[in-house]
Design a protein around this ligand. Structure first.
Ligand code: PRP
Ligand code: ZN
Length: 286
C-alpha cells in the first residue's frame, strides 16, 4: 500500500481555515465530510486529523500524527520535542503581560508577588524565573482577559493579536514574553518514505509562500528609458524586454517583492515607466 502521512490541523479556531487554505493552495484537495475528524486528500498522500490545537503537540510527539500545523505558542507551552519543519508566516501573535490600563507601570518588577491569570503557565513561569520574579500564577483555560475585572488576578498573560480584546477589557499590554506564528511540525522519527512525502509538501509550501511575497510587474517605456529602469529594478534576474508595436517603445517584465515594489514605484515613474501592471503570482520555484 502507498505510504501516507497524517497531518494534524486545528479543528476550529484562529488557525483552522488558513491552514486548510494553505494546503489547498499547495494543490492538495480534501473533501470534508461535515464534522468528520479524519479526511483524506485525493491527490496527495496525506490524511488530515482535525484536533483541538492543544492536543496537536502530543499527537505529533507520540507519532499518532506525523505532522501538525499549529501556533508556536501552543507548541512552546506543551514543552514537547518535535521538529519545526517550516515557519508558515501566518497567524502571527504575541504572548504578553497586561495590566489594568490605569495602573502605573515601571518595568517587569511590577509583577513580583502579583496574581497573574493565564492559559500559558509554563511559558509564563519560565519567564518569571528567568527574571528572578515570584508571582502567583493562576492557570485558567479561557476568557483570561476578564480575570482582573472580577478580582481574580492583578494581571494577565495572554495572546495578543490586534489588541482589541485587551482594549475592550480595560487592559494595557506592558511586556511581550513570546512571539508566535503558525508552524509546520514533524515527528522526529519519520521513515524514509515519510520524509520523502514531507519534502514534497515542503517544496509546494515554498513555492506558494515565495509566490505570495512576490509580484509580477509589466510596464511600458520608451527604449531610451529602459537602461535607467533596469537600474531601478532589483528583479530575480535581468528583466525581459520585448518591443511594442509602437516604434521606439518596449514592454518590460520583472518580478519584485511586494516591499520592493512600493520602494521603487516612484523611481520607475520618474525614469519614464508607464502603464505599470502588478500581477499576483500563483507559484514560484527558485
Ligand atoms: C486569543 C486570546 C484573546 C484574543 C486576542 O484567543 O486569548 O482572547 O485571541 O486577540 P486580539 O488581540 O486580536 O483581540 P483565541 O482567539 O486564540 O482563542 P482561545 O483563547 O479561546 O484559544
Ligand atoms: Zn482567548
Amino acid at each position: 500500500m502507498e505510504k501516507r502521512l497524517r497531518i494534524a490541523v486545528q479543528k476550529s479556531g484562529r488557525l483552522s481555515e488558513v491552514s486548510m487554505e494553505l494546503l489547498a493552495e499547495c494543490g492538495i484537495s480534501i473533501k470534508n465530510g461535515k464534522g468528520a475528524l479524519v479526511a483524506s486528500a485525493s491527490n496527495f498522500p496525506i490524511d488530515i486529523l482535525y484536533l483541538r490545537d492543544d492536543d496537536i503537540p502530543q499527537y505529533v510527539e507520540d507519532g499518532t500524527a506525523d505532522l501538525g500545523i499549529l501556533g508556536e505558542n501552543v507548541l512552546e507551552e506543551s514543552g514537547v520535542k518535535v521538529t519545526i519543519a517550516k515557519r508558515l508566516d501566518f497567524s502571527k501573535c504575541r504572548l504578553s503581560l497586561a495590566i489594568p490600563k490605569g495602573a502605573a507601570y515601571e518595568g517587569i518588577a511590577y509583577f513580583h508577588q502579583k496574581r497573574i491569570a493565564t492559559s500559558y503557565p509554563n511559558i509564563l513561569k519560565k519567564f518569571l524565573a528567568a527574571n528572578g520574579l515570584e508571582a502567583d500564577v493562576h492557570n485558567i483555560s479561557g476568557s483570561v482577559e476578564i480575570a482582573p475585572n472580577i478580582g481574580l488576578a492583578d494581571a494577565i498573560c495572554d495572546i495578543v493579536s490586534s489588541g482589541s480584546t485587551l482594549l475592550s477589557n480595560g487592559l494595557k499590554e506592558v511586556a511581550v514574553i513570546f512571539q508566535s506564528e503558525a508552524v509546520l511540525i514533524a515527528n522526529p522519527n519519520l521513515t524514509t518514505e515519510g520524509v520523502a512525502i514531507l519534502e514534497k509538501l515542503l517544496f509546494r509550501l515554498n513555492a506558494v509562500m515565495t509566490a505570495r511575497n512576490n509580484k509580477y510587474i509589466v510596464l511600458n517605456a520608451p527604449n531610451e528609458a529602459i537602461p535607467n529602469i533596469i537600474n531601478v529594478l532589483p528583479g530575480m534576474k535581468s528583466p525581459t524586454v520585448v518591443p511594442l508595436a509602437q516604434e521606439g517603445w518596449s514592454a518590460l517584465h520583472s518580478v519584485l517583492s511586494e516591499d520592493q515594489f512600493w520602494d521603487v514605484i516612484g523611481e520607475l515613474k520618474a525614469a519614464g515607466a508607464q502603464g505599470i501592471l502588478v500581477v499576483p503570482i500563483e507559484k514560484m520555484i527558485l
